[in-house]
Design a protein around this ligand. Structure first.
Ligand code: PEP
Length: 255
């Protein structure tokens, strides 16, 4: 059985005071949840301080990005060893905003993925189609191609340590969620792809998250789908009650 993971992607939101207050509130309110993995991914400058606030809790810390090179003249970048050093257990890679705004390609995501795995951190690799691609009937092609490109060269063992997030770009921050059936269809196809690239056993064990306007009131039906193993949450992870509602929905799923 796969354990559900709920990860909050704060993006470039919340100042230091609000970040600390949110983390402290979540530590208290989610203390009793033991059947779901939980993570928050705050802006990089707050990782060290929030890592201390999360220490000993059941909430993991994640970074929103990390660079593939170990050190050197890469102004503005942060290495995987650095994010590990401040307590990160997760790193989000290849988010559609990184791909669309900062020009990240599958190859760049793949290089980062190998570096993150080598550092002993769990990568959350994002893939997903735009509205135009969906309307052109290219969802499967785009998601498969991004997955193959991003996951290149992984061993079975490394694949088992990697989380994938299907995030249709048209559903991110728009309030338009994929229906559970739409999301499940893509998740099932990703699992079929993993089966062909790795093995049935490996494919069955990989955690596949859905992301795109997940809220407390739509989480349960999405998370109840057989191949949806959690959520990557943007907007709704910025407030204690909405993030808590999603984690509680995940905790109540029985499958
Ligand atoms: C995201 O950015 O990963 C995301 C899913 O955002 P939202 O939940 O706001 O759609």
């Amino acid at each position: 059985m796969r354990r559900l993971l709920i990860a909050g992607n704060w993006k470039m939101n919340l100042d230091r005071g609000h970040s600390l207050a949110l983390v402290q509130g979540l530590v208290e309110s989610l203390r009793s949840i033991s059947n779901v993995d939980i993570a928050v991914c705050p802006p990089a400058v707050y990782l060290g301080e929030l890592g201390k606030a999360l220490h000993g809790s059941n909430i993991g810390l994640g970074a929103q990005n990390a660079y593939s090179k170990p050190d050197g003249a890469y102004t503005g970048e942060i290495s995987c060893a650095m994010v590990k050093d401040v307590g990160c257990r997760y790193v989000i890679l290849g988010h559609s905003e990184r791909r669309a705004i900062f020009g990240e390609t599958d190859q760049m995501v793949n290089e980062k993925l190998h570096a993150v795995l080598a550092a002993g951190i769990t990568p959350i690799v994002c893939v997903g189609e735009t509205l135009q691609e969906r309307e052109a009937g290219k969802t499967q092609q785009v998601v498969r191609s991004q997955s193959i490109g991003s996951l290149k060269g992984l061993s079975h063992d490394q694949m088992l340590k990697t989380v994938l997030a299907y995030e249709p770009v048209w559903a991110i921050g728009t309030g338009k969620t994929a229906t559970p059936a739409q999301a499940e269809e893509v998740h099932e196809d990703i699992r079929t792809l993993l089966e062909s690239q790795f093995s049935k056993e490996t494919a069955q064990k990989v955690i596949l998250l859905y992301g795109g306007s997940v809220k407390a009131d739509n989480a349960l039906e999405l998370l109840s789908e057989p191949n949806i193993d959690g959520a990557l949450v943007g907007g709704a992870s910025l407030k204690q009650d909405s993030f808590e509602g999603i984690v509680r929905a995940a905790s109540s799923v029985n499958k």
